[in-house]
Design a protein around this ligand. Structure first.
Ligand SMILES: *Cc1c(COP(=O)(O)O)cnc(C)c1O
Ligand SMILES: [Zn+2]
Length: 433
């Protein structure tokens, strides 16, 4: 089961090596994620002149309706990746939310409806498990805050891989059921995500499993670039002015940035400055704190927030995310749990999109940035909604009113309707109460 050698690279493969982000040391394309010399994170490198020769806007548009239309930019050698329809989620112009906030051009990238498990994690897992098969792993695993376990279990089932996932024991019921249903082994660890992650690093070393976000992390994280590519393509092969992105480990944020840069480098879009702003919950905001205090190191925190899917107290890519926010003239902000709930409701009521707590965090940060003048009304702004509200229903329980229970009779309905209209008037005109 343990994999040690590198399989033959196919001639059409465009990825070249793993390279340390800190010291530049290069490694063969195996399952590894830290530099042996300086412990820096490893990242996949590509032959961009080869990609430039292979890829045009037309060739991408003629590809599959999934992330695999960007295969030349992804670290897999096969022509037959695991394609579960992940990606190409809607980019919707959010007219009503824009008007409410005072913005002119606001877009929602809606990964709440990503396939197959309704979060952006399906992108990274599709790439990681395709690569895991190339590296001959038969058992795949992950350390998860919830959504990653859903994706890993579902896509492993589809690919016929054995699967064992690790989650903190206190996750939302929807996240746990949304994993168990696919029949993996589920380890519910009595501890927070950072403790789960540490345990998994030890298991990866001793069991030779493919952990999507540990020893396969360099491949896995590349899948997030597709959230950059799709937005550029869906905006008519243009980059936006400003993006607002939720931060857990910070990986997604840095990879959207890399995706935009790669599209510029191979000539698919024109270069232009894009401002990158990040969103965290007050109850777990180590990146926002480092940003605010202008530090070049992260001080780990103990998470305490309803936004469990982004509650990583010791974020691996936090410093890289903070650097990008600074150099693109963006920012990193955090919001309270109450603001997160309001954010979930605001998006639902204005745009008909039910997002989970991570999305509520992002909308609340968007609102805060607009109110503080940190997003100008005329900036073309894209907000990334990364997960689905049906998975975190307990977060809004008690904040959304209740159904009116009536008898199956017209007069019962009429009385209830009248009562509800009175209630509505009271809500709108509280001064009269
Ligand atoms: C995992 C996750 C993120 C952010 O992930 P990174 O670790 O920063 O790449 C954002 N939103 C949701 C819903 C997630 O599950
Ligand atoms: Zn190094």
């Amino acid at each position: 089961m343990t994999q040690t050698t590198t399989p033959q690279q196919s001639t059409s493969a465009t990825f070249k090596a793993l390279k340390c982000k800190e010291c530049g040391e290069e490694y063969e394309l195996k399952a590894a994620h830290v530099c042996e010399f300086c412990f820096g994170p490893l990242e996949v490198t590509y032959d961009y002149s080869a990609i430039r020769r292979m890829v045009t806007r037309e060739s991408i548009q003629a590809g599959p309706h999934s992330i695999w239309r960007y295969r030349a930019f992804l670290p897999v050698a096969t022509d037959k990746p695991i394609d579960v329809g992940t990606g190409m989620t809607p980019l919707v112009q959010a007219h009503r939310l824009a008007r409410r906030l005072g913005l002119e051009q606001l877009y929602i990238k809606n990964d709440a409806v990503n396939m197959p498990t309704l979060s952006f994690k399906d992108r990274v897992v599709s790439v990681a498990l395709t690569r895991a098969q190339e590296l001959s792993f038969s058992t795949v695993s992950c350390a998860s805050t919830g959504n990653l376990a859903n994706s890993t279990a579902a896509i492993a089932a589809r690919a016929g891989l054995d699967c064992c996932v690790f989650i903190p024991a206190d996750l939302e019921a929807g996240k746990v059921m949304g994993t168990l249903i696919y029949g993996p082994t589920v380890m519910a660890v009595e501890g927070n995500y950072d403790q789960v992650n540490r345990l998994c690093s030890e298991v990866a070393n001793t069991h030779g499993w493919g952990f999507v976000n540990i020893n396969l992390r360099p491949y896995y994280s590349e899948g997030s670039k597709t959230l950059g590519y799709e937005v550029a393509e869906q905006l008519g092969w243009q980059l936006p002015d400003h993006v607002v992105v939720p931060l857990a480990s910070g990986s997604l944020f840095t990879k959207i940035y890399k995706g935009f840069q790669e599209f510029v480098q191979v000539g698919l879009v024109d270069e232009k400055p894009v401002r990158f702003s990040g969103a965290q919950a007050d109850g777990c905001s180590p990146i926002a704190q480092a940003y605010r205090e202008n530090r070049d190191f992260i001080t780990p925190v103990k998470p305490n927030t309803i936004a469990k899917s982004i509650a990583i107290g010791n974020p691996a890519d936090g410093i890289y995310a903070s650097e990008i926010a600074r150099k693109t003239n963006g920012t990193i902000e955090s919001v309270s749990d109450a603001e997160i709930i309001d954010g979930i409701k605001l998006l639902a009521e204005t745009e008909g999109i039910f997002t989970e707590t991570a999305g509520g965090t992002t909308i609340a940060v968007l609102k805060k940035l607009v109110e503080a003048g940190k997003i100008a009304p005329n900036e073309k702004t894209v907000v990334y909604i990364t997960g689905n509200g049906l998975k975190t229903q307990e977060a809004v329980q008690g904040y959304v009113g209740e159904p009116l229970t009536i008898e199956p009779k017209l007069d019962s309905f009429e009385r209830a309707l009248e009562r509800s209209q009175v209630l509505e008037r009271l809500e709108w005109q509280p001064v009269l109460v």
